[in-house]
Design a protein around this ligand. Structure first.
Ligand SMILES: *[C@@H]1O[C@H](CO)[C@@H](O)[C@H](O)[C@H]1NC(C)=O
Ligand SMILES: *[C@@H]1O[C@H](CO)[C@@H](O)[C@H](O)[C@H]1NC(C)=O
Length: 263
Protein backbone atom coordinates (compact mmCIF):
# COMPACT_ATOMS: atom_id res chain seq x y z
CA UNK A 1 0.00 0.00 0.00
CA UNK A 2 1.24 3.44 -0.70
CA UNK A 3 1.72 5.49 2.46
CA UNK A 4 0.70 9.06 2.29
CA UNK A 5 2.21 10.67 5.32
CA UNK A 6 3.16 14.30 5.24
CA UNK A 7 6.93 14.67 5.38
CA UNK A 8 9.46 17.42 5.21
CA UNK A 9 13.05 17.09 4.18
CA UNK A 10 15.58 19.93 4.31
CA UNK A 11 16.99 20.87 0.96
CA UNK A 12 20.74 21.28 1.53
CA UNK A 13 21.63 23.80 -1.11
CA UNK A 14 24.97 25.61 -0.67
CA UNK A 15 23.21 28.86 0.16
CA UNK A 16 21.23 27.27 3.00
CA UNK A 17 24.24 25.40 4.40
CA UNK A 18 26.46 28.49 4.31
CA UNK A 19 23.91 30.72 5.96
CA UNK A 20 23.17 28.12 8.62
CA UNK A 21 26.86 27.91 9.55
CA UNK A 22 27.17 31.68 9.49
CA UNK A 23 24.21 32.01 11.84
CA UNK A 24 25.71 29.49 14.28
CA UNK A 25 29.03 31.34 14.05
CA UNK A 26 27.44 34.70 14.74
CA UNK A 27 25.83 33.30 17.87
CA UNK A 28 28.78 31.32 19.27
CA UNK A 29 31.87 33.38 18.44
CA UNK A 30 30.91 36.15 20.92
CA UNK A 31 30.04 33.52 23.56
CA UNK A 32 33.47 31.95 23.04
CA UNK A 33 35.28 35.27 23.22
CA UNK A 34 33.45 36.18 26.43
CA UNK A 35 34.36 32.81 28.01
CA UNK A 36 37.97 33.12 26.90
CA UNK A 37 38.40 36.57 28.37
CA UNK A 38 36.72 35.48 31.60
CA UNK A 39 39.08 32.52 31.91
CA UNK A 40 42.12 34.73 31.31
CA UNK A 41 41.18 36.75 34.36
CA UNK A 42 41.89 33.77 36.56
CA UNK A 43 45.30 32.99 37.97
CA UNK A 44 45.87 29.52 39.32
CA UNK A 45 48.60 27.84 41.23
CA UNK A 46 48.20 24.05 41.28
CA UNK A 47 50.30 21.69 43.34
CA UNK A 48 49.74 17.97 43.11
CA UNK A 49 50.99 16.44 46.33
CA UNK A 50 49.69 12.90 46.66
CA UNK A 51 52.83 11.24 45.26
CA UNK A 52 55.49 13.46 46.81
CA UNK A 53 53.87 13.45 50.24
CA UNK A 54 54.36 9.72 50.75
CA UNK A 55 58.00 8.91 51.54
CA UNK A 56 57.87 5.20 50.89
CA UNK A 57 56.87 2.70 48.22
CA UNK A 58 54.06 1.17 50.25
CA UNK A 59 51.69 4.11 49.96
CA UNK A 60 48.60 2.37 51.28
CA UNK A 61 50.49 1.01 54.28
CA UNK A 62 51.80 4.48 55.06
CA UNK A 63 48.42 6.19 54.85
CA UNK A 64 46.66 3.52 56.91
CA UNK A 65 49.20 3.61 59.74
CA UNK A 66 47.55 5.91 62.24
CA UNK A 67 50.81 6.37 64.19
CA UNK A 68 52.99 7.98 61.55
CA UNK A 69 53.19 11.73 61.26
CA UNK A 70 51.49 12.61 57.99
CA UNK A 71 52.59 16.22 57.73
CA UNK A 72 54.23 17.26 54.52
CA UNK A 73 55.74 20.61 53.67
CA UNK A 74 55.28 22.10 50.21
CA UNK A 75 56.93 25.33 49.13
CA UNK A 76 55.62 27.27 46.16
CA UNK A 77 56.79 30.50 44.63
CA UNK A 78 54.02 32.87 43.69
CA UNK A 79 54.40 33.85 40.00
CA UNK A 80 52.23 36.98 40.07
CA UNK A 81 50.86 39.40 42.59
CA UNK A 82 47.82 37.68 44.10
CA UNK A 83 45.16 40.02 45.35
CA UNK A 84 42.78 38.83 48.02
CA UNK A 85 40.42 37.03 48.20
CA UNK A 86 42.38 33.96 47.10
CA UNK A 87 40.29 30.82 46.96
CA UNK A 88 41.81 27.56 48.13
CA UNK A 89 40.46 24.35 46.63
CA UNK A 90 41.38 20.74 47.03
CA UNK A 91 41.24 18.76 43.83
CA UNK A 92 40.74 15.01 43.79
CA UNK A 93 41.18 12.90 40.68
CA UNK A 94 39.63 9.52 39.85
CA UNK A 95 37.13 9.68 42.68
CA UNK A 96 33.70 8.71 41.42
CA UNK A 97 31.39 10.72 43.64
CA UNK A 98 28.80 10.16 40.93
CA UNK A 99 28.62 6.40 41.46
CA UNK A 100 24.97 5.36 41.61
CA UNK A 101 25.10 3.69 45.00
CA UNK A 102 27.33 6.37 46.53
CA UNK A 103 25.14 9.27 45.41
CA UNK A 104 22.09 7.66 46.98
CA UNK A 105 23.82 6.85 50.25
CA UNK A 106 22.46 9.75 52.31
CA UNK A 107 19.32 10.78 54.11
CA UNK A 108 18.14 14.29 53.34
CA UNK A 109 15.37 14.02 55.94
CA UNK A 110 17.86 13.18 58.62
CA UNK A 111 20.16 16.04 57.63
CA UNK A 112 17.30 18.51 57.87
CA UNK A 113 15.07 17.45 60.78
CA UNK A 114 16.00 16.80 64.35
CA UNK A 115 13.51 13.99 64.92
CA UNK A 116 14.33 12.12 61.71
CA UNK A 117 17.47 10.40 62.99
CA UNK A 118 15.99 6.98 62.22
CA UNK A 119 15.43 7.73 58.52
CA UNK A 120 18.50 5.83 57.43
CA UNK A 121 16.95 3.56 54.81
CA UNK A 122 19.37 4.45 52.00
CA UNK A 123 22.43 4.71 54.18
CA UNK A 124 23.51 1.07 54.58
CA UNK A 125 26.15 0.06 55.57
CA UNK A 126 26.62 3.38 57.35
CA UNK A 127 23.11 3.66 58.79
CA UNK A 128 23.45 2.23 62.27
CA UNK A 129 26.37 1.57 64.58
CA UNK A 130 27.14 -1.94 65.80
CA UNK A 131 24.95 -1.17 68.86
CA UNK A 132 21.96 -0.33 66.69
CA UNK A 133 21.82 3.42 67.19
CA UNK A 134 21.48 5.65 64.12
CA UNK A 135 24.48 7.50 62.75
CA UNK A 136 23.94 11.19 62.08
CA UNK A 137 24.84 12.12 59.32
CA UNK A 138 24.43 8.64 57.87
CA UNK A 139 25.56 7.17 54.58
CA UNK A 140 28.72 6.76 52.58
CA UNK A 141 29.01 10.34 51.34
CA UNK A 142 29.25 11.78 54.83
CA UNK A 143 31.38 8.87 56.00
CA UNK A 144 34.00 9.54 53.31
CA UNK A 145 34.39 13.24 54.20
CA UNK A 146 37.74 14.63 53.06
CA UNK A 147 40.21 15.03 55.91
CA UNK A 148 43.45 16.56 54.63
CA UNK A 149 44.21 19.91 56.22
CA UNK A 150 46.40 22.78 55.13
CA UNK A 151 48.27 25.32 57.22
CA UNK A 152 49.58 28.19 55.17
CA UNK A 153 52.33 30.71 55.69
CA UNK A 154 53.83 33.39 53.49
CA UNK A 155 57.54 34.14 53.89
CA UNK A 156 57.45 32.06 57.09
CA UNK A 157 54.62 34.13 58.60
CA UNK A 158 51.44 32.18 59.29
CA UNK A 159 48.31 33.47 57.59
CA UNK A 160 44.75 32.58 58.43
CA UNK A 161 42.40 30.68 56.18
CA UNK A 162 38.80 31.81 56.41
CA UNK A 163 36.54 28.78 56.28
CA UNK A 164 33.28 30.69 56.77
CA UNK A 165 30.76 30.86 53.93
CA UNK A 166 32.39 28.26 51.74
CA UNK A 167 29.10 26.40 51.30
CA UNK A 168 26.01 27.55 49.45
CA UNK A 169 23.77 29.71 51.58
CA UNK A 170 20.70 27.80 50.37
CA UNK A 171 22.19 24.51 51.51
CA UNK A 172 22.93 25.95 54.93
CA UNK A 173 19.45 27.38 55.33
CA UNK A 174 17.27 24.76 53.73
CA UNK A 175 19.03 21.40 53.54
CA UNK A 176 21.02 21.08 56.76
CA UNK A 177 19.26 21.57 60.08
CA UNK A 178 20.46 24.13 62.60
CA UNK A 179 19.17 21.86 65.39
CA UNK A 180 20.64 18.62 64.07
CA UNK A 181 23.91 17.60 65.69
CA UNK A 182 26.30 14.84 64.61
CA UNK A 183 25.93 11.64 66.64
CA UNK A 184 27.78 8.32 66.58
CA UNK A 185 29.58 9.56 63.51
CA UNK A 186 32.82 7.85 62.43
CA UNK A 187 32.70 5.56 65.46
CA UNK A 188 33.06 2.20 63.72
CA UNK A 189 36.19 0.16 63.07
CA UNK A 190 36.65 1.51 59.61
CA UNK A 191 37.25 5.26 59.53
CA UNK A 192 36.28 6.78 56.19
CA UNK A 193 37.45 10.33 56.69
CA UNK A 194 37.07 13.41 58.86
CA UNK A 195 35.28 13.44 62.19
CA UNK A 196 32.72 16.09 63.09
CA UNK A 197 32.49 18.20 66.24
CA UNK A 198 29.34 17.03 68.01
CA UNK A 199 28.57 20.45 69.49
CA UNK A 200 28.27 22.18 66.11
CA UNK A 201 24.96 21.79 64.20
CA UNK A 202 25.04 20.40 60.68
CA UNK A 203 24.05 23.74 59.18
CA UNK A 204 27.41 25.11 60.31
CA UNK A 205 29.54 22.13 59.32
CA UNK A 206 30.51 23.78 56.08
CA UNK A 207 33.17 21.27 55.02
CA UNK A 208 30.52 18.57 55.22
CA UNK A 209 27.99 20.66 53.28
CA UNK A 210 30.53 21.31 50.52
CA UNK A 211 31.47 17.64 50.40
CA UNK A 212 27.86 16.48 50.25
CA UNK A 213 27.12 18.46 47.11
CA UNK A 214 28.48 15.55 45.10
CA UNK A 215 30.58 16.17 42.01
CA UNK A 216 29.36 15.03 38.61
CA UNK A 217 32.79 14.21 37.19
CA UNK A 218 35.58 12.00 38.58
CA UNK A 219 38.05 14.89 38.83
CA UNK A 220 36.61 17.66 40.91
CA UNK A 221 37.48 20.63 43.07
CA UNK A 222 35.91 21.67 46.29
CA UNK A 223 36.34 24.92 48.13
CA UNK A 224 38.50 24.62 51.24
CA UNK A 225 38.66 28.23 52.34
CA UNK A 226 39.83 31.72 51.47
CA UNK A 227 42.94 33.76 52.16
CA UNK A 228 42.08 37.36 52.77
CA UNK A 229 45.50 38.97 52.48
CA UNK A 230 47.41 39.82 49.33
CA UNK A 231 50.41 37.77 48.33
CA UNK A 232 53.17 39.49 46.36
CA UNK A 233 54.96 38.10 43.34
CA UNK A 234 58.01 35.96 44.27
CA UNK A 235 56.77 35.42 47.82
CA UNK A 236 57.43 32.01 49.30
CA UNK A 237 54.18 30.23 49.99
CA UNK A 238 54.63 27.36 52.43
CA UNK A 239 51.86 24.85 53.01
CA UNK A 240 51.99 22.24 55.73
CA UNK A 241 49.69 19.47 54.57
CA UNK A 242 48.30 16.82 56.87
CA UNK A 243 48.14 14.09 54.28
CA UNK A 244 45.42 11.94 55.87
CA UNK A 245 42.95 11.07 53.17
CA UNK A 246 43.35 7.70 51.56
CA UNK A 247 43.10 8.04 47.80
CA UNK A 248 45.97 5.60 47.37
CA UNK A 249 43.97 2.41 47.64
CA UNK A 250 42.04 3.32 44.50
CA UNK A 251 44.74 5.28 42.66
CA UNK A 252 43.20 8.73 43.04
CA UNK A 253 45.22 11.95 42.94
CA UNK A 254 45.17 14.96 45.23
CA UNK A 255 46.16 18.52 44.52
CA UNK A 256 45.94 21.91 46.15
CA UNK A 257 44.75 24.85 44.06
CA UNK A 258 45.09 28.57 44.76
CA UNK A 259 42.87 30.64 42.54
CA UNK A 260 41.96 34.29 42.17
CA UNK A 261 40.26 36.64 39.79
CA UNK A 262 42.18 39.53 38.29
CA UNK A 263 40.56 42.86 37.80
C1 LIG B 1 41.38 10.38 57.40
O1 LIG B 1 40.68 9.55 56.51
C2 LIG B 1 41.28 8.27 56.30
C3 LIG B 1 40.46 7.54 55.26
O2 LIG B 1 40.49 8.19 54.03
C4 LIG B 1 41.33 7.50 57.60
O3 LIG B 1 41.95 6.25 57.40
C5 LIG B 1 42.10 8.31 58.62
O4 LIG B 1 42.05 7.65 59.87
C6 LIG B 1 41.52 9.71 58.76
N1 LIG B 1 42.42 10.48 59.60
C7 LIG B 1 42.02 11.48 60.37
C8 LIG B 1 43.06 12.15 61.18
O5 LIG B 1 40.86 11.86 60.40
C1 LIG C 1 33.72 21.86 69.21
O1 LIG C 1 33.05 23.08 69.05
C2 LIG C 1 32.97 23.84 70.26
C3 LIG C 1 32.05 25.02 69.99
O2 LIG C 1 32.42 25.73 68.85
C4 LIG C 1 34.36 24.25 70.69
O3 LIG C 1 34.29 25.00 71.89
C5 LIG C 1 35.18 22.99 70.91
O4 LIG C 1 36.51 23.33 71.21
C6 LIG C 1 35.16 22.10 69.68
N1 LIG C 1 35.79 20.84 69.99
C7 LIG C 1 36.77 20.33 69.28
C8 LIG C 1 37.28 18.99 69.71
O5 LIG C 1 37.27 20.90 68.32
Amino acid sequence: MQQELPACKPLLTPAIVISAFLLVGIIFVPVGLASLSASQEIVELIDRYDTTCVPMADKVGYIQDSKTDKSCIRTLTVPKHMKSPIQIYYQIGDFYQNHRRYVKSRSDKQLRYKNAAYFTKDCEPEGYTADGVPIVPCGLIAWSLFNDTYTISVNKKAIGVNKKDIAWQSDKNKKFGSDVYPRNFQNGNLIGGAKLNESIPLSEQEDLIVWMRTAALPTFRKLYGRIETDIMANDQLTVVIQNNYNTYSFGGSKALVFQLHLG
